[in-house]
Every structure is written in structure tokens, then in C-alpha cells.
Design a binder for this molecule. Structure first.
Ligand code: 5AD
Ligand code: SF4
Length: 435
């Protein structure tokens, strides 16, 4: 039996797909294929955070339905499955089952239940022990919590992934040890608000917070690097920043979603912090870790955003000089607060698109300027990928502070930690040689 799976959206969805793959391999004997034509089961693990990919879903279902084998099944999983539920089957009767983001552990049940719709956002997957995917490489993802308790005005996720539940510490440490035994060197801890870890467990559990979790994880022998995504700026207290700075296994790159640089817009978004708080946390972080790599998410064109608000966002960009920027035009989503607001508060599409272009162009310039400063510096790189062919030899990986470094003409072994000197730049990317 062959499984074809397409994964959209964030790292959480990637992890959910890994879970479904391992369940189907272990319990149902499936093997992965990259051809939907050959598959006996086609899964689309969907994202609903913006409207565009969601619109494309139904044309995709139509295409798969045309080319699939006659008895092959189609399952729609993930965030769009959560919030559209049985409407998906009504709109696309070719779909065999719908499995919400909070229900992935039920994958081996729903494949045997015609027209099953399992989308409850109260379902508790938090103590379910999945098998480890067989093709684990040097890096692995590990969920530390599911769901989200925040109420950001633009965001559909609380509606698709439900209330926040932390996964018990013992389970996490066991999973991490198993991963290390399988050759993993770097673990990425995942959660919608990772640094809110410990907020709620579904069975009795000693009190613990994210700082303590990092500390415990770092004690695992053989685990070289720990990363996490995403922390919320609101929960970045000094204790957390100090642990981030001083724990040698915690990589010095961090994703800190800004969303907007304007305190007025942040308030409308219900983010719970101001421009000043965000900049204060960055200042503290940079004072503790001068070479820290910072990435962020920014939304432009949120309702009520005026030009002066956008200038505040540009001002934060200038002050922080992010290494990586994920930026989006606001997209109204069902079940969110801002989607119910008056049309008068909306920002015209052309204005929002212009702002996005200005933001992205300035970010590219900053990246170029900052890459120049990397020349001659040395980084420890974990080799994650390499190639040796007649025309090309290279190895690549990430520095501790999250920069992608390509080492030309060297074939270094996967999983090795190599000291690399930066000898050239190519736009925002770095080229180095081992020293
Ligand atoms: N419109 C545009 N971008 C959004 N994001 C979340 N919701 C929306 C929306 N309605 C962005 C945020 C978030 C990232 C995953 O997607 O920046 O951090
Ligand atoms: Fe991930 Fe959010 Fe998309 Fe769901 S809606 S897949 S949580 S980005």
C-alpha cells in the first residue's frame, strides 16, 4: 500500500504529517510514494492561516480525484479540515475522510471509516506516543505543546487547534532520548507559544516552565543542539533570556514574531505587548548574546494600519535588523475577531501590497549589508546536506545563529560539526571553507 502526502503550512503541520506517516507505516504497512497516481491513499495536510492556499484546495482535490487509482482514498487533514469539517465532503464528494489538526492520532481509524469527519478541537492528543519516523536524519522536530490560548484578532489557529495543552515532561525526554539514539543531533521544540510551556497538563504534573524544560533537555547526552519555535514576545522574561544565553546547547537563533511595530496596531491585534516592550526584549537579548540571529513574522495592512503605523514597523526593522523576515499582507479569516470589523477600517489592497514591497526591499538591503560583516568570521556548522557529483561538490548546514552556510568543494559527513570561515557572500547567504 502506498501513501502520497502533501504538507502545507508550518513546522507543526510538518510534524503532524510525520506522525501520520509513522502511524500508517507501523500499523497499516504503508510506504511513501512521491507519485499521487500510484498511491492507495492521498493525504493533503492543509493550512488555513491565509485565504489563498485554502482557495486552491478544492481545485487540487479535483486534480487528485482525476488522476488517482480507482480505489485510492483521499483524506483532507490539518487546519482547514478542522474549521470546515463536513463542508469539505459536501463541496467535494470525492473526499473519503476529514481529519482535523487536533486529531492526527486517529489516522489509522479514519482510513477505515467511509466519510469520517473527526475534527473536535477538544480532543486530547497530548499524551499519545507516536512511533518515530524511520527516515529520521540529523535534525528532528518535537512537539512540546498543542493548541493555543491566545486570542490574536487576525488568527484562525485557536479555532483549528483548540486550547493549549503541554505534553508531559517525561514523555518529551523519552522521545528526545529515542531521537538521539537514532542519530539525531539537533532537536527543534515546537509549539504555538513554546515559552508558555507548562501552562496546562491534562493529567497531574509537577510545575514546570519553558526555561526549566530547556535546562532538562540540555542534560541529554549526545544531543548537541536545541532550537525552538515560536516563542511569544510577551512571555520573554529575563529568566528565559538568561537561560537562552547561557545554555550552551541552545542555538543562538530565535524567531520572535513582531506582527506590527505600531503599539496602536498591536493593541488592535490583541498581541499583549507594545513596540517599546518588543524593543526592550531585543535590547536585553542582544546585550546577552551579541551575535544572536533573529527572525520574525510581520503582517502589513491589518485593519486600522495607517502610514504612521507602517513607519513604526519600518523603524523596528531598522533597529532589530532581522536575519530572516516572513512577511504577509493581512488576510481576513473566518472565526476571527478582525474579520467581523467594519469595512471602513480595512486597508486597500494596493496600499498593503506597496507596504509589503517596501518592507521586503529594505529587509533585503539590510541582509546584504549585514552579510558583508560576516566576511572573515568563523562559525560552527552542523552539516545537514551534501552533494558529490561530476559537476558539483558541496556541503551545507546552519551556523549556531541560524545562518545557512554553503561550503564549496568539500564533501563533509552528515551530522558533523565543522568550524567554517566565511569567505564570500551571495545576497543573504554565506559561503565558507572549513578551517
Ligand atoms: N493574515 C495574514 N497573515 C497571518 N498570519 C496569521 N494570521 C494571518 C492573517 N489572517 C501570519 C502571522 C503568523 C504567521 C504564521 O502567519 O504573521 O505569525
Ligand atoms: Fe500551522 Fe497555523 Fe497553518 Fe495551522 S493555520 S498549519 S497552525 S500556520
Amino acid at each position: 500500500m502506498k501513501l502520497y502526502i502533501e504538507t502545507l503550512g508550518c513546522a507543526m503541520n510538518t510534524r503532524d504529517s510525520e506522525h501520520m506517516i509513522s502511524e500508517l507505516q507501523k500499523k497499516e504497512g504503508y510506504e511513501l510514494t512521491d507519485s499521487p497516481k500510484e498511491a492507495d491513499l492521498i493525504l493533503i495536510n492543509t493550512c488555513s492561516v491565509r485565504e489563498k492556499p485554502e482557495r486552491k484546495l478544492f481545485s487540487e482535490i479535483g486534480q487528485f480525484a482525476k488522476l488517482k487509482k480507482p480505489n485510492a482514498k483521499i483524506g483532507i487533514c490539518g487546519c482547514t479540515a478542522s474549521h470546515m469539517g463536513e463542508q469539505i465532503i459536501k463541496k467535494a464528494p470525492q473526499v473519503d475522510f476529514v481529519l482535523g489538526a487536533r486529531n492526527v492520532s486517529k489516522i489509522t481509524e479514519v482510513i477505515h471509516k467511509p466519510k469520517a469527519v473527526e475534527v473536535s478541537i477538544d480532543y486530547d492528543d497530548s499524551a499519545y506516543v507516536y512511533d518515530i519516523a524511520r527516515n529520521t536524519g540529523v535534525k528532528a522536530l518535537l512537539n512540546i505543546s498543542i493548541g493555543c490560548d491566545k486570542k490574536c484578532a487576525y488568527c484562525i489557529v485557536p479555532h483549528t487547534r483548540g486550547k493549549e495543552i503541554s505534553i508531559p515532561l517525561e514523555l518529551l525526554l523519552n522521545e528526545a532520548r529515542k531521537l538521539v539514539d537514532n542519530g539525531v543531533k539537533e532537536i527543534m521544540l515546537l509549539g504555538q507559544n513554546v515559552n508558555n510551556y507548562g501552562v496546562r497538563f491534562t493529567s497531574p504534573h509537577p510545575e514546570i516552565n519553558f526555561t526549566q524544560l530547556l535546562n532538562q533537555m540540555a542534560k541529554i547526552d549526545g544531543l548537541e543542539r536545541i532550537r525552538f519555535t515560536s516563542p511569544h514576545p510577551l512571555h520573554m522574561n529575563d529568566e528565559f533570556l538568561e537561560e537562552f544565553a547561557s545554555n550552551p546547547k541552545v542555538c543562538k537563533s530565535i524567531h520572535i514574531p513582531l506582527q506590527s511595530g505600531s503599539s496602536k496596531v498591536l493593541k488592535a491585534m490583541r498581541r499583549g505587548y507594545t513596540k517599546e516592550w518588543y524593543l526592550n526584549r531585543i535590547e536585553k537579548l542582544k546585550s546577552l548574546v551579541p551575535n544572536v540571529g533573529i527572525s520574525t513574522d510581520i503582517i502589513v495592512g491589518f485593519p486600522t494600519e495607517e502610514d504612521s503605523d507602517f513607519q513604526d514597523t519600518l523603524d523596528v526593522l531598522e533597529q532589530v535588523r532581522f536575519d530572516t523576515l516572513y512577511s504577509f499582507v493581512y488576510s481576513p479569516r473566518p472565526h476571527t475577531e478582525s474579520a467581523t470589523w467594519s469595512k471602513d477600517l480595512e486597508v486597500p489592497q494596493n496600499v498593503a501590497s506597496q507596504r509589503l514591497a517596501i518592507l521586503q526591499n529594505r529587509h533585503k538591503e539590510i541582509l546584504k549589508e549585514d552579510s558583508q560583516k560576516e566576511l572573515g568570521k568563523e562559525h560552527i556548522v552542523l552539516i545537514e546536506n551534501h552533494k558529490q557529483s561530476q559537476n558539483e561538490v558541496f556541503s551545507e548546514g546552519r551556523s549556531d545563529n541560524g545562518r545557512l552556510v554553503r561550503i564549496e568543494n568539500e564533501f563533509l559527513s552528515l551530522g558533523s560539526m565543522v568550524r567554517v570561515k566565511i569567505i564570500a557572500t551571495n545576497g543573504g547567504s554565506l559561503i565558507g571553507q572549513s578551517v
